[in-house]
Ligand binder design. Sequence first.
Ligand SMILES: [Zn+2]
Length: 145
Amino acid sequence: MKEDNEPFSTSVFVRGAGEFFVFVRWTSYHCPECGHVFRRDYWVNSVHLGTGKRTCSRCGAVFDDGSREWPELPRVRKARVLCPPLLTGICGGFLLAGVLTCFLPPKGVGAALIMLMFDLVLVAAWSLVRLPWVIQSVHRYNARP
Ligand SMILES: [Zn+2]
């Protein structure tokens, strides 16, 4: 069971304030039997690796928590595991800055290439951090009867 929480989305006191607080939101995931919150996400549609089965720590009910193993994920969701929204935003910002510097004197593509290389290093580093979780997920998937 999933519930989106957006405390500032309906701000009526200051016009536009709701848009400023758009990043202060989260999604709560509840046990379908007793309502116990087992996870809070601050990103929309986060991808979680796991068997999908969770046992509630309060009532002991077993339910589908929405997690899936790596081989079960479509390519787009795999890419999201390796390059989450915050990293995508940072990389996009650096790439945009690099492209914009191409139009400033002295003109050259050096800065853009440096930013692109920096982005690639960031994504590669983050992918290495996530690699153990991906390997564990593949092993769990292959060990299924
Ligand atoms: Zn429960």
